[in-house]
Structure formats: structure tokens, C-alpha cells
Design a protein around this ligand. Structure first.
Ligand SMILES: Cc1ncc(COP(=O)(O)O)c(C=O)c1O
Ligand SMILES: N[C@@H](CCSC[C@H](N)C(=O)O)C(=O)O
Length: 462
């Protein structure tokens, strides 16, 4: 995993569990020292016995033939021994053994007592927002995944829900709008695509004090349970798009919801059974198979992302990535997370230039989504966030030229070579004797961003 800022020798594993043997647990496969957990203690609540990488692959299947991989129970119905029923399963919409196996595994991985698997990340948010009633208020961020923004806009236009979009990187803007009508505070971090960091711990504390009935809901798609356990940091409900890191191969759509309150879990299960959005047996199997390699994929993806972020920054681009010390919320990120993840974005200052870079790339597929084993490149304002109208994007200061890189597990030299070639081919860099440097617009964007960061540092310290 990438290194957090402080490097003491407290002796816990990088996912917060206690090592049995310090000598081995603090050395990774390459013999480098592993950093200790920067996250606040991150207790396992008694559900996880081993380090997360071990728990991801360790499962107990209860199968009559001792199958070591959960079978796909591809059946809509289950026979009952009598008309009275009473068996665990009757109908796959209500429950299916393959899905149950995945849900129990995910609960363990997410430090939850209950996990629920549905057909997509948006399906997960739909289930969660059905806890709301007309007149309820939701507080959320001003840099949100486009689909989340679209669902919230629908709820406010059609379901009588009031939605406040505020800057959730700080507590004060949330505290300003919280009231006894607030039913939900919906957070996402790092935000997609501006890679802003949300202070979950401080916001959850403030929300629970100001309105104990309000639920703090956290979208952990960008980090995955490998890097962050929001339930340990104050969230009441956490959800993720299983389409991304959890499954890891962009071959399924899935969503996972987790919580520690049995009553909340029952309410959300009621919605899943009533609406029929539970994950199919086949996709439950694929998600179960994919999640076993999450630790090793994430380790490689974020090591590659770190190298690419440093490469771009060293050549004068304004890069947004929480693994870079230049990220304005670097310390805050590392206080909550065990790694920086595999998504970064950078600006060029020119939409056409960004288009040329994206289209010149060969190894990076032009595609939405992230978290899969192969690298992707996109222009969020045209693609993943196109459902946010241009005026709102401008109000929220989303640069139209922003390029998002979702880094995979390829050889990092190939990835950097392909990016360098694309930058040169697009005319984004000048080649000089001492290497190459961002040209005109890209360079002035980077310089302006340094000037802005220095100005905001001066204004906060004065
Ligand atoms: C941060 C985030 N949350 C939720 C979703 C929704 O997930 P899905 O596409 O699986 O519905 C996405 C992407 O789609 C996302 O980027
Ligand atoms: N056309 C889709 C776009 C999906 S974006 C997927 C992913 N979350 C990302 O950020 O790339 C839609 O309208 O939802």
C-alpha cells in the first residue's frame, strides 16, 4: 500500500487488525516496510479475525458436496417440505444461497452486521433513499458522481425531498443547513472527479449531535473496504458500486449496502424483496470471485496511480490525487484511509487538447467507470458526469477539460510510456534537452493552481 504521512512503528497491520507476528507482518512481498494503519484504530468489531487481505479469500461455504467455491444456485424457486413452508429459501427475489453467501462475506469485509447485494451501485442508493419520506431533507456534496446527482435531482423534483448541495470538505457548510428535518447526509470521498476529501469523522460527529435521527450515508466506491471502513468512522450506512473495485473486471453491475443497525437492515431488505432488485445468483458468484483478489489488485492499481500522478506533476500538470503531498487535503485523507486508490484527474487548460490526449491513448481505453484491472481514460464532463447540466457543472467549478485516469494493473512503464506518447502526440508537452514539460495552457493551469493553493494557505493561516 502507498505510504501515509506518519510512519511510526505501532505494529498494527495496514487494515487495522493486530498482527500475530510483527517481524513478518510489517514486510510486504518486495521486502519494503509496510506502513502502520493511519486510520483511527479501525476495530474489527469481532467480525474479522485476520488481516483484510486474508479475510477476502477466507470463506466458509456450507455446501452439501464441500464445494470450495460457492455454487451458482441458478433457480428462481426452492421446493418446500410442506405447504406451511418454513425453509430458508422459497424464491430468489426474497433470497438465494449464492447471494446470501456473498452478503455474509461482504458484511465481514465491511465491518458490518448486515450487508445486502443489489443489481448496481445506483440500485443501492435507490434502496437507501427509499428510507426517506416527503418533506425530509438531504444534505450532500457539491462534487458528486453524476448518477447520484441525477437520482437526488429526481427525488427533489418528484418525491418532495429537499436536497442541499454544499461543500462537504468542511463541517461548517453542513452544520449551517442541518435541521430537525435532515433525514440523511450523503457523502462521497474522494469525490468523483475532483478528488476532494470529505471529513467523514467530523461531519458524522456533528450530524449525530445536531440531529440523532439523521443518517450518515457514505459512498465508498472510490476507496473500497480495502482502503477505508466508513462504518468505523461514523457512517450509519455505507454503499458501494460493486461494478468497480469489488468485482474488478468490468464484467458485472452490482451494488453492496452495509450497516450495523438490524432495524435499518430489515427496512432495506424489505425494499429489496418488494422491488426485486437483489443481485442475481450468477452476478453474486462473479462478485464473490472478484472480491477475493481485491487486496492485490488495489495494491498494484494504487502503486501505478501514484507513479503516474508523480510523473504528470513533475512535468508541470495540475494533478488531483490524494497520494500526492500537494493535495490540499492530504493529511485529512490519510487520517481516514489506508491508501490513495487508483483514480486521479488532471487538467490541461484546453478542452480540445484534452480530447486529443484522450483519443491518442492506446493502453487506456476511453471508457466510463473505474476500478477494473485495465486502465481507462475519460473526460468526465462529456462522459460520467454529462448528466449534470453545463450550468451546474460551471457553478460547481468542474473544469470542462478535466481528464480522469482510472489506473489498472498493467506494467507501470508501459502505462507511463503510452501516456507520454499521447501527451506528445496531442501537443500537450514540449520536448527539451532536460526532458519534456507541459506546454502553454497546461503549464499555466498548473502555475495558477500553485498560486491559488498558496493564496488559500495564506488566507487560512492569517
Ligand atoms: C462514486 C460512484 N458511486 C456510485 C456509482 C453507481 O454505480 P453503478 O454504476 O454500479 O450503478 C458510481 C458509478 O457508476 C460511482 O462512480
Ligand atoms: N451513462 C452512464 C454513465 C455511467 S458513469 C460510471 C461511473 N460511475 C464513472 O464515474 O465513470 C449514466 O448515465 O449513468
Amino acid at each position: 500500500m502507498a505510504s501515509p504521512p506518519n510512519n511510526d512503528a505501532s505494529g498494527s497491520n495496514n487494515d487495522g487488525t493486530k498482527p500475530l507476528n510483527k517481524a513478518f507482518s510489517k514486510v510486504d512481498l518486495d521486502g519494503h516496510n509496510l506502513p502502520p494503519s493511519p486510520a483511527p484504530s479501525s476495530p474489527s468489531n469481532g467480525r474479522r479475525r485476520y488481516a483484510l487481505a486474508t479475510e477476502l479469500v477466507y470463506t466458509e461455504t456450507k455446501d452439501q458436496y464441500g464445494a470450495s467455491s460457492i455454487p451458482i444456485y441458478q433457480s428462481a424457486t426452492f421446493k418446500q417440505s410442506s405447504a406451511g413452508g418454513g425453509e430458508e429459501y422459497d424464491y430468489t427475489r426474497s433470497g438465494n444461497p449464492t447471494r446470501t453467501h456473498l452478503e455474509r462475506h461482504m458484511a465481514k469485509i465491511m465491518n458490518a452486521t448486515r450487508a445486502l447485494a443489489v443489481g448496481s451501485g445506483m440500485g443501492a442508493l435507490d434502496v437507501i433513499t427509499r428510507l426517506l419520506r416527503p418533506g425530509d431533507e438531504v444534505i450532500t456534496g457539491d462534487d458528486l458522481y453524476g448518477g447520484t446527482n441525477r437520482l437526488l435531482t429526481y427525488l427533489s423534483s418528484n418525491q418532495g425531498i429537499v436536497v442541499h448541495h454544499v461543500d462537504t470538505t468542511q463541517v461548517a457548510p453542513v452544520a449551517k443547513v442541518i435541521s430537525d428535518k435532515t433525514a440523511m447526509v450523503l457523502l462521497e470521498s474522494p469525490t468523483n472527479p475532483l478528488i476532494k476529501i470529505v471529513d467523514l469523522v467530523a461531519i458524522a460527529k456533528m450530524v449525530h449531535e445536531a440531529n440523532p435521527k439523521a443518517l450518515v450515508v457514505f459512498d465508498n466506491t472510490m476507496l473500497s473496504p480495502m482502503l477505508c471502513n466508513p462504518l468505523d468512522l461514523g457512517a450509519d450506512i455505507v454503499y458501494e458500486s460493486g461494478t468497480k473495485y469489488l468485482s474488478g473486471h468490468h464484467d458485472i453491475m452490482a451494488g453492496i449496502i452495509a450497516c450495523n443497525d438490524p432495524a435499518l437492515g430489515d427496512k432495506m431488505y424489505f425494499t429489496i424483496n418488494s422491488t426485486g432488485c437483489g443481485l442475481s445468483p450468477n452476478d453474486s458468484f462473479l462478485l464473490m470471485r472478484g472480491v477475493k483478489t481485491l487486496a492485490i489488485r488495489m495494491e498494484k492499481q494504487q502503486a501505478n496511480a501514484q507513479a503516474i500522478a508523480e510523473f504528470l506533476e513533475s512535468h508541470g500538470f495540475k494533478v488531483r490525487y490524494p497520494g500526492l503531498k500537494s493535495h490540499p487535503q492530504y493529511d485529512l485523507h490519510w487520517s481516514m484511509a489506508r491508501g490513495a486508490g487508483g483514480v486521479l484527474s488532471f487538467e490541461t487548460g484546453d478542452i480540445k487538447l484534452s480530447e486529443r490526449i484522450v483519443e491518442a491513448a492506446k493502453l487506456y481505453g476511453i471508457s466510463v467507470s473505474f476500478g477494473c484491472v485495465n486502465s481507462l481514460i475519460s473526460m468526465p464532463c462529456r462522459m460520467s458526469h454529462a448528466s449534470i447540466d453545463a450550468k451546474t457543472r460551471a457553478e460547481r467549478q468542474m473544469p470542462e477539460d478535466i481528464i480522469r485516469l482510472c489506473v489498472g494493473i498493467e506494467d507501470v512503464h508501459d502505462l507511463i510510456d503510452d501516456l507520454s506518447r499521447s501527451l506528445v502526440q496531442a501537443g500537450a508537452v514540449n520536448i527539451t534537452l532536460d526532458g519534456f514539460h507541459a506546454t502553454g495552457t497546461a503549464q499555466s493551469v498548473a502555475q495558477a493552481s500553485v498560486a491559488n493553493a498558496e493564496a488559500s494557505e495564506t488566507s487560512t493561516s492569517s
